[in-house]
Design a protein around this ligand. Structure first.
Ligand SMILES: O=C(O)CCC(=O)C(=O)O
Length: 298
């Protein structure tokens, strides 16, 4: 495992400090320091999210802010473990369906993560994540009253790092929605592809999954390039998606911002270990609380 900067005190950005004027060209998007303008932009995204499963605001972040984040992430790349793995669309064993060919099928994952504890508190990425105005935009896009940051020291704010030759295999997310900002695209390849609402509540659609994993379903496959600074909100729990092989000399970098419906959310221990290759005390404590120290259900 690669070493990480040994500054274990996780420093979080302060949601009460500063505006986002240096990160976003507020005038260009009809934004000001009032929450109502951010809610309005979020509402304008909701229609596309509903009809297409994905909604974008191209160029939301200023080029200088994107370049600053890119430089911060480049400086961290030597601390990122690039995992080489084969994973199923569910990323784990599924009780009762383990023998189904579509559930058992795996595809390549060659990627790593910059986790929240590694991203400096002063980074535009971190300041955007904690901003009450930005949370208002996301909540409004999702039709919710409010969204909350994760309490998880690693997840919540991460960057996906896909090296040349790397990829993200077909998968569903465990979260209903994912919010991303493109930081650096691949020179070629590295395309984000998805099948909108391939599954839905009450219909796992394993036949549809099998077809895509066999290379079929191309007529319904869509591609969404997220250029530097583009904001995207995507319904990743229902829409099967992947990132195709990255080609060129540079790592593809995407900022992933996850929010929860309630405060205090910490990711499950096993998933954290599998995805990030490590856990923190917060995960161990949350897991012990979920199971009870004596192993009995609380
Ligand atoms: O890197 C990306 O563009 C998206 C990564 C992804 O598929 C995910 O976070 O679930």
């Amino acid at each position: 495992m690669a070493s990480r900067p040994q500054d274990n005190a996780v420093r979080l950005a302060d949601p009460e400090i500063g505006g986002l004027d240096d990160i976003i060209d507020l005038d260009r998007f009809g934004l000001d320091r009032q929450a109502s303008s951010w809610a309005e932009l979020g509402r304008s995204m909701a229609g596309a999210l509903d009809s297409d499963g994905i909604s974008s605001v191209p160029g939301l972040l200023k080029p200088d802010a994107v370049r600053a984040i890119g430089r911060e992430f480049d400086a961290l790349l030597s601390h990122v473990d690039i995992g080489h793995d084969r994973r199923s669309a569910y990323g784990r064993e599924v009780d009762g369906l383990a023998d189904h060919p579509a559930v058992a099928a795996t595809s390549d994952w060659i990627a790593g993560h910059i986790t929240r504890d590694m991203i400096p508190a002063h980074s535009p990425a971190h300041r955007l994540y904690v901003s009450p105005l930005f949370k208002t935009l996301i909540a409004s896009c999702l039709g919710m009253d409010r969204v909350f940051e994760y309490a998880d020291p690693l997840a919540g704010l991460v960057a996906t790092v896909i090296p040349p030759g790397g990829c993200y295999g077909w998968h569903y997310d465990t979260n209903e929605y994912v919010v991303t900002v493109g930081i650096r695209q691949a020179e070629s390849g590295g395309e984000f592809e998805f099948h909108r609402n391939l599954r839905s509540i009450g219909d796992e659609n394993l036949d549809g999954l099998a077809e895509v994993l066999d290379g079929g379903g191309r007529a319904t496959r869509r591609s969404a390039m997220s250029g530097p600074g583009d904001l995207q909100v995507f319904r990743g729990r229902y829409s099967l998606h992947r990132v195709t092989e990255v080609r060129g000399a540079e790592h593809r970098l995407t900022l992933v911002l996850s929010y929860a419906e309630r405060p205090g959310v910490i990711g499950p221990l096993d998933r954290t270990r599998r995805v990030y290759g490590r856990v923190t005390e917060a995960h161990l404590v949350a897991d012990a609380g979920a199971q009870g120290a004596d192993g009995l259900i609380l």
